[in-house]
Design a protein around this ligand. Structure first.
Ligand code: ADP
Ligand code: MG
Length: 231
């Protein structure tokens, strides 16, 4: 099995003055290519701390993290930025789009950082927009799109680099339930095409779309269960 993510004994201790708080207490799990994983747990259980480490936005206090076989520990900030851009796609609760920029240019952004030429960027961005069902909306600004369409733009932006993993933190948190179901249908379809997805949610019906649920409590994993076959 090819693990795209491998966490072993990950601890994250935050220091505030002379106070120390252990937000992750030595967690371990692996994710294989093609899995769709939901991370669940109460507020404060360590989900975002874990996602920040998975996203190479933060480093663990102890433990090891292999991303697509690369050891993230000990990388310099520039190397982390580089691996983030090459290996990961991000989807956020608040979409995080540039408001005054046409949808297609939002989707192109990771390719600008990757240094691709404009023609190739446009081609890849148009194809990612087609993949998420947004053909015809290329020139709309985010304010001219519904919440669900804005999240589709964000998902196209996450896909455009052909990342090893898509990380989504509460991707349906700002959407009504029918739009949430549409977005989860899109994630399911992308996963069936082989895309690996790790998603944080506190909603059980959203988590049910994933083939595997990992539950956090007080900085530890209390359950890790497969509900259906993924791949
Ligand atoms: N930068 C930080 N400094 C201090 N404590 C933090 C920091 N980030 C998170 N924490 C603490 O770590 C715990 C886990 O937080 P978080 O990972 O955001 O939980 P979740 O996303 O599950 O709600 C919380 O008690 C939070 O207060
Ligand atoms: Mg959180």
């Amino acid at each position: 099995m090819s693990s795209v993510i491998s966490l072993t004994g990950i601890r994250r201790v935050f220091s505030m003055g002379d106070q120390q708080f252990e937000a992750l207490k030595g967690i371990s799990f692996s994710v294989d290519a093609g899995e769709f994983v939901a991370i669940m747990g109460a507020s404060g259980s360590g989900k975002s701390t874990c996602m920040n480490i998975l996203g190479c936005l933060d480093l663990p206090t102890a433990g090891s993290y292999l991303l697509d076989g690369l050891d993230v520990g000990g990388m310099t900030p520039n190397q982390l930025a580089d691996i983030r851009n090459k290996k990961l796609g991000f989807v956020f609760q608040g979409f995080n789009l540039l408001a005054r920029t046409p949808a297609v240019e939002n989707v192109e952004l990771p390719l600008v950082y990757a240094g691709l030429h404009s023609k190739e960027r446009r081609q890849k961005a148009l194809s990612a927009m087609e993949q998420v069902g947004l053909s015809g909306k290329e020139n709309n600004h985010p304010s001219q799109l519904s919440g669900g369409q804005q999240q589709r733009v964000a998902i196209a932006r996450a896909l455009v680099n052909n990342p090893a993993v898509i990380l989504a933190d509460e991707p349906t948190g700002n959407l009504d339930s029918s739009t949430s179901n549409e977005i989860m249908g899109l994630f399911t379809a992308l996963n069936r095409q082989g895309i690996t997805i790790i998603m944080v949610t506190h909603e059980h019906d959203v988590a049910a779309y994933a083939g595997r649920q990992i539950t956090f409590k007080d900085g530890s994993i209390i359950s890790d269960s497969q509900t259906k076959r993924t791949s």
